[in-house]
Design a binder for this molecule. Structure first.
Ligand code: PLP
Length: 394
């Protein structure tokens, strides 16, 4: 794995769906905007402010180019959580169309605002069923649209299992019914080619730190003509749609990362897909009673999600960590206990098995040697855990 010059070894990082290493070229692009070009982009009456504004607009162009949008359709936010909250909250608080349609496999950044808004009677929402791979059937969406439906929000790539939904078909159903369609593309933007016109979406969320940009900056694409009240009030930034002093270094970093994604990262996708297939072939050969999650072909290239019988995901993580390998599990820690992944449960994975989930996620920096190390460590970790298990019967 490529590392900073002189940086101590920190192990083999295979959790790129959680976050990615900021590309050193991104850091290089950002640095002057902390030091000599630190102006406030709103201060247009002197040169440093104008420099900051120019940098912001250049970043907007770079992000727009990543998804085939116009720069004026890109609104900078603090990340995908804010982008998702913005469109959901603005829809619920806007007019009479307070019914929102989504799926049970969405990220918490979509599900939790919906639950909060419903609890406080600001909206109603429908969770569409998903198949075993985590996909929504366009016919189910058609049936669920009501006269008061104000938004459909369905994710592009699933962050736990990597499945890609058929957004083009789903967005068409919404468009035919005159309902705006939003997709959370946090796990696909910067990893595979995206085009908002081809997808047919009205809104899209993305986040820089998922594609080697900095943390704390993202964007909401809003198709020209789609009106949305601000989520954050206070200043005239982002064309009066998102208040707060603009994060110029962050924007510059996201713009540079978007440019690098178009030039390099996306082209690496087939290699990552091959590494994922190698990992699965080897792991499934060496470990009995292991199951792969997600869609076999309709998936993003960099995620491998598996469920292991007779071993807890968290315990597997611990063992791999001791071997210097960093992956993640699908479980979420709530109130001190581990809840199995809501995504896996929605896909019909039994609770017991869902507790044994592991997610491995790659980037353009992942090498074949990184995968070899995983393939050699994982069977040992699982054999050891099964030996200690009182319930595992082999
Ligand atoms: N949506 C999805 C699908 C994600 O994977 C994530 C991050 O894990 C988010 C939203 C939240 O993104 P951010 O960290 O930019 O708030």
């Amino acid at each position: 794995m490529a590392r900073w010059k002189g940086e101590p070894m920190t192990g083999i990082y295979l959790d790129n769906a959680a976050t990615t290493r900021t590309d050193p070229r991104v850091v290089e692009a950002m640095t002057p905007y902390f030091t000599e070009r630190f102006g406030n982009a709103a201060a247009q009456y002197y040169e440093p402010g104008r420099q900051a504004q120019t940098a912001l607009e250049h970043a907007r162009e770079q992000v727009a180019a990543l998804i085939g949008a116009q720069p004026s359709e890109i609104f900078l936010t603090a990340g995908a959580t804010e982008s998702d909250n913005w469109i959901i909250q603005a829809t619920a608080l806007a007019g009479k169309k307070k019914h929102i349609i989504t799926s049970p496999v969405e990220h918490h950044a979509v599900l939790e605002p919906l639950e909060w808004l419903k609890k406080h009677s600001f909206c109603d929402f429908t969770l569409l069923p998903v198949d075993n791979a985590g996909r929504v059937d366009p016919d189910e969406l058609k049936k669920a649209i009501r006269p008061d439906t104000g938004l459909v929000t369905l994710m592009h790539a699933n962050n736990e299992i990597g499945t890609l939904m058929d957004i083009t078909a789903l967005a068409k159903v919404a468009r035919d019914a005159g309902v705006p369609f939003h997709t959370d593309a946090t796990q696909s933007a910067g990893k595979i080619a995206l085009d908002v016109a081809a997808l047919g979406v009205d809104a899209l969320s993305l986040s820089a730190h998922k594609f080697h940009g900095p943390k704390g900056i993202g964007a909401l694409y809003l198709k020209k003509g789609l009106r949305l009240a601000p989520l954050i009030h206070g200043g005239g930034q982002e064309n009066k749609r998102r208040a707060g002093t603009s994060n110029v270094p962050g924007a510059v970093g996201m713009g540079r990362a978007a440019e690098l994604a178009r030039a390099e990262y996306i082209a690496d996708a087939p290699r990552q897909a091959e590494l994922v297939e190698t990992a699965w072939a080897e792991i499934s050969k060496a470990i009995p009673k292991i199951h792969r999650n997600g869609h076999p072909s309709g998936r993003i290239p960099n995620i491998l999600s598996v469920c292991v019988e007779g071993a807890e995901g968290e315990a597997i993580l611990g063992y791999l960590d001791m071997s210097g390998i960093q992956v993640s599990s699908g479980s979420a820690c709530t109130s001190g206990s581990l809840d199995p992944s809501h995504v896996l449960l929605a896909c019909g994975v039994p609770v017991e098995l869902a507790h044994g989930s592991i997610r491995v996620s790659l980037s353009h920096e992942t090498t074949a040697a990184d995968i070899d190390a995983l393939v050699s460590a994982m069977p040992k970790a699982i054999a050891r855990l099964r030996e200690m298990s009182v319930t595992w019967k082999g």
